[in-house]
Design a binder for this molecule. Sequence first.
Ligand SMILES: Nc1ncnc2c1ncn2[C@@H]1O[C@H](COP(=O)(O)OP(=O)(O)OP(=O)(O)O)[C@@H](O)[C@H]1O
Length: 281
Amino acid sequence: MTLPTLSIRITDVVEIILLSILVYRVMLWIRETRAWTLLKGILVLGFFVAVAYALQMDTIKFLVAKGTDLALMAAVIIFQPELRRAMEQLGEKRVLPNIVPFDSSRNVSERMSDKTVNELVKASVEMGKAKTGALIVLEQNVSLTEYERTGISVDAHVTSQLLINIFEHNTPLHDGAVLVRENRIVSATCYLPLSDNMVLSKELGTRHRAGIGVSEVTDSLTIIISEETGQISYAYRGELSRGVSGEELKARLVSFQNKTVDMKKFRLWKGKTKNEEKDSE
Ligand SMILES: Nc1ncnc2c1ncn2[C@@H]1O[C@H](COP(=O)(O)OP(=O)(O)OP(=O)(O)O)[C@@H](O)[C@H]1O
């Protein structure tokens, strides 16, 4: 008996590596999202289907054959937010933008200036002391344009006075969230997606849920000031850090600021953005 000769080309090896990375990334994604629970359900269902196939149960086999396409479509609809987030994360990995330099999501992010960090901290501490409720979202690589559209356009430098004024009770702009891009307040009264995380403390109302919600679906950092307690909190990647001090907030903002340092280098050859021009004026 002659054994078949195996000819492995270099492209086969590359293909195996790429597929392994893809499977690994998909598994990580499943682990981090609601899809994990679904996967466990599918595994149980898969076991029963396998039994049905082994025992030649024709009706079940017929239903499975007809229902697979429908189930795939339903999964895409149900997991639309997670799939969208996964695609956005792929864009954030700085693989595509280096190949496709006109990727618009890159244009909106820049390292915040030290002045902006100080103004944000000052405003948060003062609003905390006065128990003025506030919700401030700081954009990073994922564009917040879709939430910006739900609010009133502002376009002004970040200053503590302006932030305090915006969130002042019974003023037209105090409700909802303020969005900050680079060193500017771009919009106020914005409506954010609420987090549906069941594990969150029942004490947390809609302001906190909205702050966490936007941090789950984007890479933004949200500062939340509680109207009830005056506590300063921040949310990042769905995690809430509650009751932080001014110093702690500042440290967090400084590390947030440093995350995008290399964006400047990237944009040296692209010229100044609209806001950079305004800021340098
Ligand atoms: N989806 C949303 N997007 C943006 N802002 C929201 C959203 N939902 C609620 N808010 C803001 O939160 C305010 C209500 O806060 P609520 O008291 O329910 O929350 P909370 O988390 O308990 O905060 P606090 O500790 O300040 O009371 C609203 O007046 C509004 O300004």
